[in-house]
Design a protein around this ligand. Sequence first.
Ligand SMILES: NC(=O)c1ccc[n+]([C@@H]2O[C@H](COP(=O)([O-])OP(=O)(O)OC[C@H]3O[C@@H](n4cnc5c(N)ncnc54)[C@H](OP(=O)(O)O)[C@@H]3O)[C@@H](O)[C@H]2O)c1
Length: 314
Amino acid sequence: MKVVAFEEFGAAGNLKLVDRPMPACGPDEVVIKTAAVSVNPVDVKTRQGEALASQLEHALPLVLGWDIAGEVVAVGRNVQNLSEGDDVFGMILFPKPPNGYAQYVAAPADELALIPAGVSYEAAAASTLAALTAWQAFTHFGQIKAGDRVLIHAASGGVGHFAVQMAKHLGAYVIATSSAKNKAFVESLGADEHIDYKAVRFEDEIGDIDFCLETQGGAQFQRSVSVMRDGGTIINLPSGLVDSDREAAERKGLFVNYFMHVFPSGENMREIAAMLGDGTLVPHISERYTLEETAEAHEHIESGRTVGKVVITL
Ligand SMILES: NC(=O)c1ccc[n+]([C@@H]2O[C@H](COP(=O)([O-])OP(=O)(O)OC[C@H]3O[C@@H](n4cnc5c(N)ncnc54)[C@H](OP(=O)(O)O)[C@@H]3O)[C@@H](O)[C@H]2O)c1
């Protein structure tokens, strides 16, 4: 079968289409004929030698691809809940080597959910790591309550565009940031207020925030702290905060997750499946690539300008 692997960390050009044997099916796994895979910033940072690179170095040449959707073609002997022919999706094996940029992939059955009727493989693959991140930020690492004033940064991106829809579903009042060119898109997701982060400083416009999804971290983190109400919650996604960031949050008595770690969960995937099935959640796919074009998909994410999700279709 064909897979996209890289032998060394570095540029997107290191991603090469190569042959690999078909995956074996472990007792708790299913083998999936991959129909679509989505790409995330963590794929790009890891391929560049950052993020999970040091953890995954032992597995070089490495095949990334945590976000998969496809049809079950083999079922391990302990697996009760899935059968051959089922259409499934999930974020598999994160943060271990996933082997998902491939025509076939072996995946733990308990990290998958059935794709609801009427939802495409592409839409399902798009609604995995990014959707899980937003859902776990709002329901596991923090708790959004109805009526909360929620600030979502990078609302036009992979995580943010799911986060806006989910926060509205949970009854929040949503204030969302992106540049002006994505204002209409962000408002179409249900945001109550939009802030163009290039035109104004968001801390000059808003305050009394109950919950912030901080997608940028770094120098922006303390600006987000400044708009929080005392005792509010910040879930920070990128790594790299420093002591003064923690001190600023502690002075305000905030509950903060300084570096959230999304984790695979069949239960959360079934909750996302239900939201896809009833139309609560609609993924936006802005770019589609083939497996042969995986390097281009990475370069698009690397631009930092992705709207919604980038999907590889097999
Ligand atoms: N810790 C975890 O478990 C976890 C999980 C998922 C993601 N993450 C991290 O979270 C971050 C976001 O991920 P993602 O998949 O959503 O990224 P993404 O899809 O690549 O985000 C791109 C979007 O960010 C917007 N943007 C860029 N700079 C901005 C700024 N300063 N203010 C507001 N919007 C801005 C862009 O809109 P404009 O073009 O309009 O600027 C673009 O639409 C990444 O660093 C990722 O690695 C962490």
